[in-house]
Design a protein around this ligand. Structure first.
Ligand SMILES: [Zn+2]
Length: 250
């Protein structure tokens, strides 16, 4: 995977000045998009996949069915879907890949949860909770360290990479969603409300790891190579979603 993982040494290299320190497939350069602006849909998909498949020996991704040069339609090929078939749509929104997307998320969530368990945290996954306005929500991970009296709600999210502020925006969104649940969780787990905090963890669907996410996981003493493993699993899962979208008729 040489060349794929910037800062991929162990111990981790110092984060770059821009926030996406783990930028695969040259999706980003100094925080800027590098995709040709005048090309859409399937061409983007082809470029991304043909580049990445080099890094997954044995992963079967036959040549992509691309209507190169014709562009008679950019509409999603999934029957009943009227969206434009961009890579962002395929990896993040199309109904066709919904189950695989859920699976991608659950695998990342459990991987993080297990890393925390291995470090002595009391960890709970997929926990129902009630907000102050009585709405019902479900948090991905609760991690409690009773010795240090610290309790965290961690909510990993996998999104198509957009810009370098995205991780902070996701974190803000998650805080807005789950901070109102902390009184409920504090009571449920018998820990003071003042011990609790909420963090949203963004992972890129194409394998980018924001510095914000990296720093949070580092604060749990999770080594960078373990984080890399999660990122690569996400990347593989995204390729599977793409492959399923392109080649499995439903
Ligand atoms: Zn679609």
């Amino acid at each position: 995977m040489a060349g794929l993982c910037e800062g991929g040494n162990d111990p981790p290299a110092r984060p770059k000045k821009f926030s996406l320190i783990f930028s695969s497939a040259h999706l980003w350069s100094n925080g800027q998009r590098v995709w040709p602006r005048n090309q859409v849909g399937r061409v983007r998909i082809q470029v991304w996949a043909s580049y990445l498949v080099e890094f997954f020996p044995g992963f079967s991704l036959s040549p992509i069915r691309v209507n190169a040069g014709t562009f008679s339609t950019t509409r999603c090929r999934h029957p009943g879907c009227s969206e434009t078939e961009t890579l962002g749509h395929v990896l993040g929104f199309c109904k066709k890949g919904e189950l695989l997307r859920n699976n991608r998320h659950h695998r990342a969530r459990t991987a993080i949860a297990n890393l925390l368990r291995n470090r002595g945290w009391e960890v709970h996954e997929e926990i129902h909770c009630v907000s102050e306005d009585d709405s019902h929500r479900r948090v991905d991970i609760i991690a409690i360290n009773r010795r240090t009296q610290k309790a965290m709600v961690l909510d990993p999210t996998i999104c198509f990479e957009r810009d370098t502020n995205q991780a902070l925006q996701i974190n803000d969104d998650k805080r807005a969603k789950y901070v109102p649940c902390l009184p409920y969780l504090s009571e449920k787990y018998g820990t003071s409300l003042y011990n609790w905090d909420v963090t949203g963890l963004l992972f890129g669907a194409r394998g980018c790891l924001p510095k914000f996410t990296c720093d949070i996981l580092k604060s749990f003493q999770i080594p960078f190579y373990e984080v890399q493993k999660i990122v690569m699993e996400i990347l593989e899962a995204s390729l599977q979603i793409l492959h399923y979208h392109l080649y499995v008729n439903t």
